[in-house]
Design a protein around this ligand. Structure first.
Ligand code: ADP
Length: 514
């Protein structure tokens, strides 16, 4: 959190209606060095609602950074120094019209009466007002800093909570995935296990959604953009939904009509949006209904995906609200379907981050729904550039060093990876991992971040100093700081626990064979 600045870090200007200019409000510094520069700055601030600049400070006269916010009536609040907080500026600027009106009232009364007693009284009142403003200002500061602190605590709490909720899901998910495909088990047991896996996955998804929402709300989602084929992404999303045994819809149709179908985006995030839309269509459409996923170019520059279903539809009054977090169309209907009402809020925000749009259409309850997702299409010349760079992924066997202190998780992961033909060595702590990693050659190190005698960052740093091993970090903390830190430490992938076996395989397959 930014350090708390002193009282002199703020100037308030109110508009004098009579003179038509902006003056320092009573109680604030009245004379400013280089008045002309200040006037230009304030004019621009009032014109644009917001302005930054380098100006001489009233106290020292030295040039420093200032930030100004203007209210609609032309009064302004200016923060001195580098540490300004947008929220605070906006909050204070909301108070400005009230202050300006109060000062105006005092002045007019004084002038009209021509009475020195009244003028004196007005001055006293102005002083009182300035004092109470000072108090309000401090309270506001305090409240805002408390709010920021509480917000940070909430973030941290969610991160820790998700970690605690997720970690135990990991071995369950891994074991279930392994048993589900084990031909030695009777089919009815495998069906039960598959049900267990699906429910655990659902739980993990809800935790992911909560985390995503806090990240989006804090503007901390970082897109890993590249140029991708939108049809490939959709194909994969459809394959995942079709491959889910709980999805019984036979009628998921695909019609790819877009000629320009490359987009510049974060493939994982775009897929997340597509999954959400397709899953919702499946969820809200009866078994005999129909789901159509089609693409076209709305114009030469726009790639458009439509997910059309013949399901329960959306009432006109619910339509504008379904993109709000925790908002669901019809509460009674939704109780039957479950869900938290986060998927569309997250999707909407993710699409916005990509510079695209997402909207819903429905002719009403019982009449199906259409979700329209549009993104800027990428020019062909740009595609050629990007697609020539990455080498094609190979699915050869890899030598993997798996560092995980949770014995059950480690054993299960090793088993799954070996089943896919990889050679896996296990280490349960930092010391063993480094010793093993330096003694033998590995292509990939998959490491938990929290280890009993250190952390995954140290393992990665030690191994990267000697070889070109590629790192995949595993962690229960899904928060952005972890992702940034793992990338800095030399990990190329970051997977959040419980690790989805498919995601792990995909990450491994993306690493080119040596
Ligand atoms: P959830 O599905 O978890 O409730 P979403 O944010 O994905 O949350 O969806 C919000 C609401 O939008 C849903 O509860 C539902 O009322 C409505 N909705 C979403 N997709 C459809 C659809 N294809 N048909 C009808 N209603 C839908």
């Amino acid at each position: 959190m930014a350090a708390h600045a002193g009282a002199e870090d703020l100037l308030i200007f109110v508009r004098d209606r009579e003179l038509g200019i902006v003056l320092p409000a009573p109680g604030f510094q009245q004379t400013l060095p280089d008045a002309k520069a200040w006037r230009v700055f304030l004019e621009s601030c009032i014109e644009n609602s917001f302005q930054e600049g380098e100006l001489p400070f009233p106290t020292s006269g030295t040039m420093k950074h200032v930030t100004g916010f203007a209210a609609e009536d032309g009064s302004a609040v200016v923060f001195l120094g580098d540490n300004h907080e947008i929220d605070r500026g906006v909050d204070i600027s909301l108070l400005l019209p009230i202050l300006a009106a109060a000062f105006e009232g005092e002045r007019i009364a004084t002038v009209a009466e021509g009475n020195t007693a009244v003028a004196k009284q007005a001055a006293t009142q102005a002083k009182l007002l300035a004092d109470s403003l000072d108090k309000a200002r401090n309270e506001l500061r305090h409240t805002l800093s408390e709010a920021h602190r509480a917000n940070a605590a909430k973030d941290r709490f969610l991160a820790v909570l998700s970690h605690e909720l997720r970690t135990p899901l990991n071995p369950v998910l891994m074991a279930a995935s392994a048993m589900e495909t084990d031909p030695n088990l009777p089919p009815e047991i495998r069906a039960d296990i598959s049900m267990i896996r699906r429910n655990v996955e659902l739980e993990a998804r809800l935790i992911d959604d909560l985390l995503d929402l806090t990240r989006i709300a804090n503007g901390k989602v970082q897109l890993q953009r590249k140029i991708v084929n939108g049809h490939d992404l959709l194909d994969e999303a459809v394959a995942v939904v079709r491959g889910d045994p709980s999805v019984q819809q036979s009628k998921i149709e695909v019609e790819f009509g877009a000629d320009q179908h490359h987009i510049d985006g974060d493939p994982a995030r775009i897929q997340q949006v597509c999954w959400n839309l397709i899953r919702n269509a499946v969820k809200f459409t009866p078994l005999d209904g129909r789901i159509l996923i089609r693409t076209r170019n709305s114009d030469a520059e726009t790639f458009r995906i439509e997910v059309v279903d013949t399901g329960i539809g959306i009432a006109p009054e619910a339509l504008p609200k379904i993109f709000n977090a925790f908002e669901q169309g019809d509460t009674d209907i939704n109780r039957a379907f479950g869900g938290l009402g986060l998927g569309l809020a997250i999707s909407h925000a993710l699409v916005g981050l990509h510079g695209g749009t997402l909207r819903a259409e429905s002719a009403g309850v019982g009449r199906g729904a259409t979700f329209v997702f549009e993104l800027p299409a990428v020019e062909r010349s740009a595609i050629a550039l990007e697609t020539t760079t990455p080498p094609p992924a190979e699915t050869d066997r890899r030598r993997i060093l798996l560092v995980e202190d949770h014995a059950t998780t480690a054993a299960l992961m090793a088993r799954l990876l070996r089943k896919r033909g990889h050679r896996v060595e296990l280490a349960h702590n930092k010391t063993d991992a480094i010793a093993l990693g330096l003694r033998e050659e590995f292509d990939i190190v998959i490491s938990d971040l929290g280890l009993p005698d250190g952390n995954g960052f140290e393992v990665m740093q030690a191994l990267r100093s000697k070889s070109r091993v590629v790192g995949i970090a595993l962690t229960g903390y899904g928060m952005e700081a972890d992702v940034a830190q793992t990338m800095k430490a030399g990990f190329q992938f970051h997977l959040t626990k419980p690790v989805d076996a498919q995601k792990l395989y995909q990450a491994i397959e993306q690493i080119p064979a040596p």
